[in-house]
Design a protein around this ligand. Structure first.
Ligand SMILES: [Fe+2]
Length: 417
């Protein structure tokens, strides 16, 4: 099925690269251009909105559909896509922790799915989660813990959770904030969690316009020990802003460094931005690392919460003209503030890239970068880039049997992990 043409009547999220697909497929032994590394073994899976009815009031409102490509022994063994089933279908992200694969959206409980993407059902961590879970939990590479939060219009507006490596929730900490504010993502370091309390108020997720900017709301970022209580939060006043996604955060002596995708107002282009919080003096320094509108940041999973150098993000080149239009991919060196661009060319729209570390790698960028690329003229591709030759030809391009609409977030699920 060809995507609907965009018109004045049809919003961007139902046309072109965003248009939904209507078929669930299972295809085996895909054609590969180039050579897949034999030690790239596992499954890449990505979530995104795909309204069953063909229409939805907003991009983020569509039913979630997972798309997966399986790699084994230097071959692309198959492609599969499935809707999440049930009364609601989380559409934002997917995470695997303690043997469970969870489909996530921030306003609802996660939905567990099987390895072949079939819906198991809502998952509440054994009755611990009452309402919702962020779509951006963090897996600590040192402890194997899953750190996450829930937020919402009803008090407590913010609760921080820590699950151990077996998936048991061992801590839930309400954090006192004056009002419910938009909180799509947070950050962790080796010892801390970092929360944003910014001037975008949440009315109700049932409202068609759940978020509103409030000039009178004090913009703060809070740092709390991972095993701390509400009274342990150190709040830092920052310039008013909104943050869509965290790139990464880490401790450096008496400072905490936070890299995030930040804009000075709602619905304006976001930039790559750095905060440095001085825990001794209580001062915070702010700087723009790249003023271009980038989002969908990812880092190497073993560098989550640790000093790092490489970040990958999608540049939204045509945002001012509505929708995203054209995208291209950046590999940042955040220590230097530089980036290398991979531009897939006209009509090719790369989405979020995930990092698949090479087994036994020692360098941070000794890794592959995996992503779906939407082609205006036909089926999509799964592209594998060598992170060390980021602007070079892809290592491999896997031809997919159908379009994969531009979506949200995904995960690399390596075999044996
Ligand atoms: Fe997100």
């Amino acid at each position: 099925m060809q995507p609907t043409q965009r018109t004045d009547e049809v919003p961007f999220h139902l046309t072109g690269a965003f248009a939904p697909v209507f078929e669930e497929r299972t295809d085996r032994d895909l054609t590969v251009i180039g050579e897949l590394p034999p030690d790239l073994c596992g499954t890449y899976v990505r979530n995104g909105p795909n309204p069953r009815s063909g229409t939805s009031p907003a991009w983020f409102a569509g039913d979630g559909m997972l798309h997966a490509v399986r790699f084994e022994g230097g071959r692309a063994r198959g492609y599969r896509n499935r809707w999440i089933r049930g009364p609601y279908a989380p559409n934002t992200n997917v995470v695997r922790h303690a043997g469970r694969i969870l489909s996530l959206v921030e306003a609802r409980l996660p939905v567990e799915v099987s390895a072949d993407l079939e819906t198991v059902g809502p998952y509440d961590f054994g009755g611990v989660l009452a309402r919702s879970m962020t779509a951006h939990p963090k897996i600590c590479p040192r402890t194997g813990e899953l750190l996450f939060f829930a937020y919402g219009a009803e008090p407590p507006h913010l609760t921080f959770y820590r699950a151990d490596a077996r998936g048991e929730v061992v801590q839930s900490t309400p954090i006192d904030v004056p009002k419910a504010t938009y909180l799509h993502d947070f950050a962790i370091t080796a010892r801390c969690a970092v929360f944003y309390d910014l001037p975008v108020l949440v009315s109700s997720f049932k409202s068609p316009a759940p978020f509103a900017w409030d000039d009178g709301y004090r913009a703060r970022i809070g740092i709390v020990p991972r095993d701390g209580r509400d009274e342990d939060v150190r709040w830092f006043d920052v310039a008013p802003c909104t943050i869509s996604h965290t790139v990464n955060a880490f401790e450096d002596g008496d400072t905490v460094v936070l890299d995030a995708i930040r804009a000075p107002r709602l619905f304006t282009p976001h930039a790559l931005y750095r905060y440095t919080f001085d825990l001794r003096t209580g001062k915070v320094a702010e700087e723009t690392l790249d003023p271009r509108f980038v989002d969908f940041p990812r880092v190497h999973p073993a560098f989550q919460g640790a000093a790092y150098r490489d970040a990958y993000a999608v540049e939204l080149c045509d945002f001012a003209r509505g929708g995203f239009g054209r995208t291209r991919l950046h590999k940042y060196d955040v220590a230097r503030g530089t980036s290398v661009v991979h531009d897939f060319g006209s009509g090719q729209m790369p989405g979020e890239a995930v990092v698949a570390p090479r087994p036994d790698a020692t360098a941070e960028d000794d890794a592959w970068v995996l992503l779906f690329v939407h082609d205006d003229r036909g089926p999509s591709a799964l592209v594998v880039l060598d992170a060390q030759r980021f602007d070079g030809d892809p290592v491999a391009t896997v031809r997919l049997p159908c379009r994969v609409p531009f979506g949200f977030h995904g995960a690399w699920l390596p075999d044996g992990a």
